[in-house]
Design a protein around this ligand. Structure first.
Ligand SMILES: Cc1cc2nc3c(=O)[nH]c(=O)nc-3n(C[C@H](O)[C@H](O)[C@H](O)COP(=O)(O)O)c2cc1C
Length: 137
C-alpha cells in the first residue's frame, strides 16, 4: 500500500486483544504495530472484537482507550482510540491527556450526522461553520 499510494495517509486497524486466555493480546499488538510502522504505516487504531465465547470484555465509555494508550506509550507511533467515545468532552480528554493522538468515532455519527458541529459547540471551539449552517451554529 505504501508503494502504491506514496502520498496517502495509511491507517492500520488492530483488534488489540482477544480478551481471552491463549489469544492475541496487547503485547502482540505492540510488536505488530512496530512492524507496520516500520513498513510505512502512518497511524494505527486500536479496537477489539468478539471471537470466542470465553472472552471477557466490559464495554463502556472509552473502554478500549487503555489499549491505544499502551501502544502509544510503548511504540511512540501515532495512535487513534476507538469504541464508545461518543461524548465530546471524553474525546477531548483522551487526546488532551496524551492517551491517543486522535479519536475515531462511528456510531455517534449514525445517531447524529451533525455530531462534529454539536461537539464544537459543547467544547466551545471557535470553528467557522459552513455558511449554510451559520444560523444553526
Ligand atoms: C457490533 C460491532 C462489532 C464490532 N466488531 C469489531 C471487530 O470485530 N473488530 C474491530 O476491530 N472492531 C470492531 N468494532 C468496532 C468498530 O469497527 C468501530 O471501531 C467502532 O464502532 C467505533 O466505535 P463507536 O462506534 O463506539 O464510535 C465493532 C463495532 C460494533 C458496533
Amino acid at each position: 500500500m505504501r508503494a502504491a499510494a506514496p502520498d496517502a495517509a495509511v491507517f492500520v486497524r488492530f483488534s488489540g486483544t482477544d480478551a481471552a486466555d491463549g489469544g492475541w493480546d496487547i503485547d502482540d499488538t505492540v510488536r505488530a504495530a512496530e512492524r507496520v510502522a516500520a513498513a510505512g504505516a502512518d497511524l494505527v487504531d486500536i479496537s477489539s472484537g468478539g471471537l470466542v465465547p470465553h472472552q471477557s470484555i466490559q464495554p463502556g465509555p472509552g473502554y478500549q482507550v487503555p489499549l491505544a494508550e499502551k501502544v502509544r506509550r510503548e511504540t511512540g507511533i501515532l495512535v487513534a482510540a476507538v469504541g464508545m467515545i461518543d461524548d465530546a468532552h471524553l474525546a477531548e480528554s483522551v487526546v488532551a491527556e496524551g492517551r491517543a493522538d486522535a479519536v475515531l468515532s462511528a456510531r455517534e455519527w449514525l445517531r447524529d450526522p451533525h455530531y462534529a458541529l454539536r461537539a464544537a459547540v459543547e467544547l466551545g471551539a471557535d470553528l467557522p461553520a459552513p455558511a449554510q449552517y451559520l444560523r444553526a451554529y
